[in-house]
Ligand binder design. Sequence first.
Ligand SMILES: [Zn+2]
Length: 193
Amino acid sequence: MLFWSLIFMNPYVKLLLDAMKHSGCAVNKERHFSCEDCNGNVSGGFDASTSQIVLCQNNIRNEAHMNRVVTHELVHAFDHCRAHVNWFTDVRHLACSEVRAANLSGDCSLVNEIFRLHFGLKRHHQTCVRDRAILSILAVRNISKEVAQKAVDEVFESCFNDQEPFGRIPHNKTYARYAHRDFQNRDRYYSNI
Ligand SMILES: [Zn+2]
């Protein structure tokens, strides 16, 4: 894919890859990424059984879109690495990871910036994260919208506030760069103990 070589320069991606390595789940560029043609308008996916991230080369529109897709899927991979996630047996686990992926990947930040500018809606980001998490669940599970909504609402507060490994909501690349720097410093303190 055209933007492929640029992805590892992105601060969101760099931070998530560092964090995964730190948690003992180093990502191999060749083994853990797969570029495929996908059905419908799906842009990407995380296959928990192989720990592989699928990028839908036919639906990824540009470099910014690809960065968001890779970041979104890497949040799932990070969650899979650091915790025992019951992706298929407990919909709340999936809901939590979808809330985190929507919150931290920038999926809601572009819209958010525009809304903040025009309407000053501070809660817009939260609404966007909730809506996207519900849509993501419905895309991969054959359950009703009500069940998906209930799962997201049950976990929303704790999972929205769990911003690991960013430690903040990275609204743009500058925030993501700061988050990466803070993460590297955190690492340094630990290794000095
Ligand atoms: Zn997702």
